[in-house]
Design a binder for this molecule. Structure first.
Ligand code: CTP
Length: 130
């Protein structure tokens, strides 16, 4: 049984997120998703997510690719989360390429190509410019 883990905010859920989950789920048997809390996102990206943490978790939990969601409260706790959930592979989009290589002593680390031309930031920009 291979356990896959990934992390992110997944605000304004879009097709890039769905593609990432689909490909990550296909790499193993169980897909576990660490969803950034609202506070972590404010630290990480300098803005509070449009959708609350509770709503983002509800959306992500409802996906057939996803088996389990938990709150990612700190970027520094990645190794703790990997061990706690007994992850075999950490999967991230390639905008994070190289950033988690230090975790390779705990599990495999794979960066998947991002879906082109879609991001939460861009969706916010398009909507606010209308
Ligand atoms: N992701 C992806 N393809 C996209 C957008 C995101 O594969 N087009 C992946 C990211 O690489 C990451 C995960 O989805 O592994 C969560 O990304 P997140 O930061 O929540 O989404 P973004 O759309 O990149 O958000 P933002 O624009 O706020 O940075």
């Amino acid at each position: 049984m291979k356990r896959i883990i990934t992390f992110g905010t997944f605000d304004l859920f879009h097709v890039g997120h769905a593609n990432l989950f689909e490909r990550a789920a296909a790499m193993g048997d169980t897909l576990i998703v660490g969803v950034s809390t609202d506070d972590l996102n404010a630290d990480k990206k300098g803005r509070t997510p449009i959708y609350s943490f509770a709503d983002r978790v509800k959306i992500i939990s409802s996906l057939r690719y996803v088996d389990l969601c938990f709150a990612e409260e700190s970027l520094e706790k990645k190794s703790e989360y990997l061990r706690h959930y007994q992850a075999d592979i950490l999967v991230m989009g390639d905008d994070w390429k190289g950033r988690f290589d230090h975790l390779k002593d705990i599990c495999d680390v794979v960066y998947l190509e991002r879906t082109p031309s879609v991001s939460t930031t861009e969706i916010i920009e398009v909507i606010t410019s209308k």
